[in-house]
Design a protein around this ligand. Structure first.
Ligand SMILES: Cc1cc2nc3c(=O)[nH]c(=O)nc-3n(C[C@H](O)[C@H](O)[C@H](O)COP(=O)(O)O)c2cc1C
Length: 379
């Protein structure tokens, strides 16, 4: 299917499935264990109902908003996701460029396969850098300084991954990062000759901002990450990092009111409500169900970014109506990236943007500030 003919995110998902070897598609598409939370995130968003105000002048719809110090043309951002050059050779550059052209923020993952400097070249738009806490705090300080020098204005600390979730599709597919050359894997790859050709003829995929990558560390990316990942991280480390960054700072992976309060108490400017798209703790609640209590706990003291399960503009409007400042999307744009590089990401953004504008007109909200709790209800 031509990317321009995709009418919704599901169309891009199907196109991504056609373009990628199964193990790579499953890495994007899958979740933890029985994928209950993965499904629930979207199902619960859909179960919320939208209500409209009638007879409102909606000739001009203004979708602009501000979050993490960044002015956005649309109320959503591209969430940080790992290893984008594995999904399409243009990887992070393509996604960042599409975000920049649409006037929205791009989140670069710690496990990104493009340097902070190259991402900065790809987009003059707002950029946020996502971090985990490595054992070596010096390395964290170094990468934060590099990101800042390259023009990244926001930092995002992900806290819902003390260990990796159990993603059974990956285990069954013998998936490793980067993929190994076992016959079973090679067989999957040769069925997608275009992906294989592009991958084999482009520079080796490495975690470009990760310690060791530059020296050509022979270990797999998963091994490098496991060796550096600090499972003893606590609120003290998060406070240290907020201080080291000295700018807009989000704690990503919060799903409880007490943690939201604590994040603000230690100086974070933004609480990022997320369950990693159902890839981490299985059977945790859908994020839309915990959003209201977190909004109440934050009580206007900070900003709130919402993610997990968003596939439609109506999903975005519902999260805004319940009190999120902005929404982040993960898989929705990754399907586009896999299906068509920058054009595919732009198509995903366009689909969601059109949805948001239409939904705002239909509920009678002419700007983001007019979207209110009365517009959404749960039966
Ligand atoms: C393939 C993939 C890789 C991801 N990698 C990261 C990552 O490196 N860092 C991070 O904070 N979140 C990561 N996430 C989580 C996303 O930032 C986001 O929270 C999640 O995708 C939202 O759910 P959605 O995909 O349903 O929109 C990843 C998600 C996916 C699908």
């Amino acid at each position: 299917m031509k990317i321009s003919r995709a009418v919704n995110i599901e169309d891009l998902r199907i196109a991504a499935k056609r373009a990628l070897p199964r193990m790579v598609f499953d890495y994007i598409d899958g979740g933890a264990d029985d994928e209950i939370t993965l499904r629930k995130n979207t199902e619960r968003l859909r179960a919320h109902e939208l209500i409209w105000d009638c007879l409102v002048d909606v000739t001009k719809i203004d979708t602009r908003t501000k979050v993490m110090g960044s002015e956005l043309a649309l109320p959503f951002v591209l969430s940080p996701t790992a290893l984008q050059r594995m999904f399409h050779v243009d990887g992070e550059k393509a996604a960042a460029a599409a975000a920049g052209k649409a006037g929205i923020a791009y989140g670069l993952s710690t496990l990104g396969t493009t340097t902070v400097e190259d991402v900065a070249k790809a987009t003059p738009g707002p950029k946020w850098y996502q971090i985990y806490v490595w054992k070596d705090h010096g390395l964290v300080r170094e990468i934060l300084a590099r990101a800042k020098a390259a023009g990244f204005t926001g930092a995002v600390l992900t806290v819902d991954l003390p260990v990796a979730g159990h993603r059974e599709r990956d285990t069954r597919n013998q998936f490793s990062i980067p993929p190994s050359m076992k016959p079973y894997i090679v067989w999957q790859a040769i069925q997608k000759p275009r992906w294989l050709y592009r991958t084999l003829t482009s520079p080796k995929m490495v975690p470009a901002n990760f310690p060791g990558a530059a020296e050509g560390d022979p270990r797999s990316i998963s091994q490098q990450v496991a060796a550096q990942y600090d499972q003893s991280v606590t609120w003290k480390d998060a406070a240290w990092m907020i201080d080291a960054w000295g700018g807009p700072f989000a704690i990503k992976g919060v799903a409880h009111a007490d943690d939201a309060r604590r994040a603000l108490d230690i100086g974070a400017s933004c609480v990022w409500v997320s369950n990693h798209g159902g890839r981490q703790l299985e059977t945790c609640p859908a994020t839309i169900d915990v959003l209201p209590e977190i909004v109440d706990a934050v009580g206007g003291r900070g900003e709130i970014v919402f993610d997990s399960g968003v596939r439609r503009g109506t999903d975005i409007v519902k999260a805004l109506a319940l009190g999120a400042t902005a929404v982040a999307v993960g898989r929705a744009y990754l399907y586009g990236l896999a299906a068509g590089g920058e054009a595919g990401v732009s198509r995903a953004i366009q689909i969601l943007a059109d949805d948001v504008r239409r939904t705002m007109a239909l509920i009678g909200a002419k700007d983001i500030a007019s979207i209110a709790r009365r517009h959404v209800r749960m039966r």
